[in-house]
Design a protein around this ligand. Structure first.
Ligand code: NAD
Length: 321
């Protein structure tokens, strides 16, 4: 069994590796050759933690396994990231455990890759202003991946805890793009692409604050009850997602579906756009939204890529198990 520790991941996979790996697995899902299994995610009644499993199988790549972990909100005060996870890969021919891979950086990279994929396929080509709602651990990864997709000329930011916006500003400065902290009205009125990446349980952005033609990547809602945007905004947009079953149960769409403003059938898997089976955005004034819930297959794909790289470089730790 191969072990790839958390601290090796950064040297094994680039942002671009994760982008192509996740794009490929979303396409496999749309073709029906890869399947996510139902998610288990529970509040464990201790340390305010959410813990669970995401799992699946890709018959094309033979990636089989699960990511186990969750969200511990008190971790940042201990110098740890709030998300903690580990990926377990199994041999599809024998069921033997093939690898254990640190999942923290991989989660951030694969989540940022998903929203970047949505920007590539759904944002207007002439998008110039990027709005960031959220300034936690994931936000900088999101920002970096978004900046790879369009020639953004300005970044606007808003966060529930404004003092955290410094990390977005620092990253923007490093990439040479002007940053400004603004109120939500201005962020919505001026942004062509908006990424939401918060752990909010109440709507932050309203339908009335978003202009026609905007693309939203709603990435923070990955649990029943969480919500980042008004259900009316979801209803006003064309909704794309990584996995429809997750979108309506644990994703941003859960609230619009519960209110009867959106049907499950109206939600499009982003893989269909990647494969060319769905046109994606059809007009410059359409509001598009990607409901990124985070799927197990993304984790298995990037973890498998990390294992292959570690083997190629001769640094994989192989133990008899
Ligand atoms: P973090 O704890 O580092 O940051 C939390 C963010 O949410 C900060 O911007 C914080 O200011 C904001 N926030 C906290 N309480 C809030 C409130 N009551 N109202 C509004 N905003 C509030 O977390 P992170 O690692 O950056 O993750 C952010 C979110 O993304 C979490 O909800 C996490 O579960 C989710 N996530 C989703 C995926 C996915 O695949 N879709 C993957 C990883 C993380």
């Amino acid at each position: 069994m191969i072990i790839v520790p958390e601290q090796q991941i950064a040297g094994l996979l680039t942002r671009s590796d994760c982008f192509t790996t996740v794009e490929k697995v979303f396409a496999s899902m749309a073709k029906g050759s890869a399947c996510n299994f139902p998610v288990v995610r529970e509040a464990i009644g201790y340390a305010d933690a959410l813990y669970g499993f995401k799992s699946g199988f890709d018959r094309e790549s033979l990636a089989l396994g699960l990511k186990s972990g969750g969200f511990w909100p008190g971790n940042s005060a201990k110098g740890l990231t709030n998300h903690q996870s580990t990926v377990f890969l199994f041999d599809a021919d024998t069921g033997r455990c093939r690898a254990v891979v640190g999942g923290n950086l991989l989660t951030a990279l694969r989540t940022a890759a998903a929203s970047a994929i949505s920007i590539k396929y759904l944002a207007r080509k002439d998008a110039k202003v990027l709005g960031m709602i959220g300034a936690g651990h994931q936000s900088v990864f999101q920002l970096r991946a978004a900046l790879d997709q369009r020639s953004f000329e300005r970044i606007l930011g808003w966060n529930f805890h404004p003092e955290m916006l410094g990390r977005i500003e620092t990253e923007a400065q490093e990439r040479g793009v002007p940053f400004e902290a603004v109120e939500l009205d201005r962020l919505g009125a001026e942004s062509d692409v908006i990424i939401t990446i918060t752990s909010s349980f109440a709507p932050i952005l309203k339908a009335s604050q978003v202009k026609p033609g905007t693309h939203l990547a709603c990435m923070g809602t990955d649990t029943k009850g969480k919500q980042e945007v008004e259900a009316e905004l979801v209803a006003a947009a064309t909704i794309f997602t990584d996995e429809v079953a997750q979108s309506v149960t644990i994703g941003e769409a859960q609230h619009a579906v519960a209110k009867g403003l959106l049907t499950e059938q109206a939600i499009v898997g982003i893989g269909a756009v990647i494969n060319g089976a769905h046109p994606g955005r059809t007009t410059a004034r359409e509001i598009t939204m990607f409901d990124g819930t985070g799927v197990g297959l993304q984790d298995l794909a990037v973890a498998s890529a990390a294992v292959e790289r570690a083997i190629e470089r001769g640094i994989a730790l192989d133990i008899d198990f």
